[in-house]
Design a protein around this ligand. Structure first.
Ligand SMILES: CC(C)(COP(=O)(O)OP(=O)(O)OC[C@H]1O[C@@H](n2cnc3c(N)ncnc32)[C@H](O)[C@@H]1OP(=O)(O)O)[C@@H](O)C(=O)NCCC(=O)NCCS
Length: 156
């Protein structure tokens, strides 16, 4: 991925991470996310080109535990243009990402996604990921909590 790909990757993500299908991914996907990954781990930000156009991306990082020698790769975002799904682009991206984190010294690769993202879960399972662990996202409408406190004169 290079600097000129940032906008394309962002807009492709907007197309994929929709509020209707993937609400949590929708909430956390924005232009700063793309810029942050590119700034922090440019070697772990990859794009797939098909006929000279960027049609897929993967963004990730590595995590190193200070008290152990283990280094983990973390694949945070992967996306392929809907018109090219199931044509091997995601697999290519994942393979290139694994090569990059191995080069970086990682020994385990982590991924996560929403429990109802059946498409991604099938893909990850097919690619060899296992040992799933449940994780629950919660949210709170802070705005209405603030308003309620104001009305009742409660402490902040
Ligand atoms: C998940 C995603 C990246 C997969 O990309 P893709 O290019 O369609 O995947 P590939 O064509 O490389 O498929 C690789 C393997 O996974 C399998 N696979 C992919 N999608 C699948 C699906 N929906 N159901 C069953 N198997 C699937 C393929 O059959 C293929 O198996 P094979 O190697 O035996 O042929 C893509 O569907 C996507 O962009 N989803 C929306 C974004 C998203 O949810 N990202 C994950 C969270 S960040």
């Amino acid at each position: 991925m290079d600097i000129d790909d940032l906008a394309t990757v962002f807009h492709l993500g907007e197309k994929l991470f929709t509020s209707q299908d993937l609400p949590n991914l929708y909430r956390t996907w924005d232009e700063f996310e793309v810029v942050d990954f590119f700034q922090t781990d440019p070697d772990l930000c990859l794009v797939a080109e098909v006929n000279g156009r960027v049609r897929g991306f993967v963004l990730g990082t590595t995590i190193e535990k200070s008290k152990s020698s283990w280094k983990y790769g973390y694949l945070t975002w992967i996306g392929v243009d809907p018109s090219l799904k199931n044509s091997g682009v995601g697999k290519r991206l994942l393979k290139a990402f694994i090569d990059a984190i191995v080069e970086d010294g990682a020994r385990i690769l982590l991924v996560d996604t929403e429990a109802n993202n059946a498409e991604a879960l099938s893909f990850f399972k097919k690619m060899g990921f296992g040992s799933p662990m449940a994780h629950i996202y919660l949210s709170m409408n802070i705005d209405s909590t603030k308003r309620r406190r104001k009305r009742t004169g409660g402490a902040p």
